[in-house]
Design a protein around this ligand. Structure first.
Ligand SMILES: Cc1ncc(C[n+]2csc(CCOP(=O)(O)OP(=O)(O)O)c2C)c(N)n1
Ligand SMILES: [Mg+2]
Length: 322
């Protein structure tokens, strides 16, 4: 490790990873109570790729995330209460309760959108990057998150090509969580080494252990600096693991209990906690942080459940173009 970090920085990373984790667990419980409509894609197990990457971005940066996007929205600064209200379909939600889990959008924090269509956020991120380029906006990048399954979508390769050709200020972040629904990368990619996907398009490529929050942070911070220096778009592959089921209906039949157990024991929060103990934090201090995040999320849930449902009368006003 060549970098040194402050205690506050370490604390923020842990707290934000815990926020994502407890938020997702709370959403899962609410779903179990029949309080959430539609389906759900949670990111438990991917907290380091989510928080390490967003921590390396600035408030003014744009992100486009996926169907599994709660974590990135939280990392980018979206309000937890407004997000929970959105997922519960309440008027106080980020999108007036009309969008739901897969369509969280929060322009104030640079979250241009999540997207239920696999691979569809990637060209949109290129559009955001083109705006930055044409308007010559300083110190801003656009970031596109997508999965190992999305990596095989035509839209992703078309976007990478255009980004490489036009030198767009965009960072492509591939969160390789081993599976697309139940299909492992080895059964969906002709060459499972997804880092090679950036080569034809001249993308500067990074690869990191996506369960090591500091490694993720460093890769994204380097990529951001490189893009701003004018060196063209970057591509980052983060290797992580989805502990949550794919969606609400996942029976986990495509993986063994041992595999899941391995990743739970080597999950990003467990690993970062161990790192922090070596960095001088005490167990007591870390337990107190966990307890405070748990209280925070309980308050978020209590507040969101008290919010009224939206008034559907003005629904047509809530779209970009009527
Ligand atoms: C264009 C399109 N095809 C199929 C689906 C159904 N679908 C939803 S998520 C998903 C898997 C995506 O896998 P990956 O990109 O690895 O993301 P992950 O779910 O692992 O985060 C699929 C096939 C969809 N939503 N959109
Ligand atoms: Mg995947």
């Amino acid at each position: 490790m060549t970098h040194s970090y402050t205690k506050d920085f370490y604390r923020d990373l842990l707290v934000n990873m815990l926020r994502v984790n407890r938020f997702e667990e709370a959403v899962k419980a609410l779903y179990g109570r029949g309080l959430i409509h539609g389906t759900l894609h949670l990111c438990v197990g991917e907290e380091a790729s989510v928080i390490g990457s967003t921590a390396a971005l600035k408030a003014q940066d744009y992100i486009l995330t996926t169907h599994r996007g709660h974590g990135e929205c939280i990392g980018k600064g979206a309000d937890l209460k407004a997000m929970m209200a959105e997922i519960l379909g309440r008027a106080a939600g980020t999108n007036h309760g009309i969008g739901g889990s897969m369509h969280i959008c929060d322009l104030e924090h640079g979250v241009i959108g999540s997207n239920g269509i696999v691979g569809a956020g990637v060209p949109t991120a290129c559009g955001a990057a083109l705006t930055i380029l044409l308007k010559k906006i300083p110190d801003r990048v656009a970031v596109s998150y997508f999965g190992d399954g999305a990596a095989n979508a035509g839209t992703v390769m078309e976007s990478m090509n255009l980004a490489g050709l036009w030198k767009l200020p965009v960072i492509f972040i591939l969160e390789d969580n081993h599976y697309a629904v139940s299909t492992p990368v080895e059964r969906s990619a002709a060459d499972p080494d997804l880092t090679k996907r950036g080569i034809p398009f001249g993308l500067k490529t990074y690869e990191a252990d996506g369960n090591d929050v500091l490694a993720v942070y460093e890769a994204v911070a380097d990529a951001r600096a490189s893009v701003l220096q004018g060196d063209g778009p970057c591509f980052i592959v983060l290797h992580t693991y989805r502990i949550s089921g794919h969606s609400r209906s996942d029976q986990n039949v495509y993986r063994t209990e041992e595999e899941l157990q391995y990743w739970k024991e080597n999950g990003p929060i467990v690993r970062f906690r161990e790192h922090l103990l070596k960095e001088g934090f005490s167990d007591k201090e870390l337990d107190a942080l966990e307890a405070s995040v748990e209280r925070e999320i309980e308050d978020v849930v209590t507040w969101a459940l008290r919010q009224p449902l939206p008034d559907t009368d003005g629904m047509e006003e809530l779209v970009y173009a009527r």
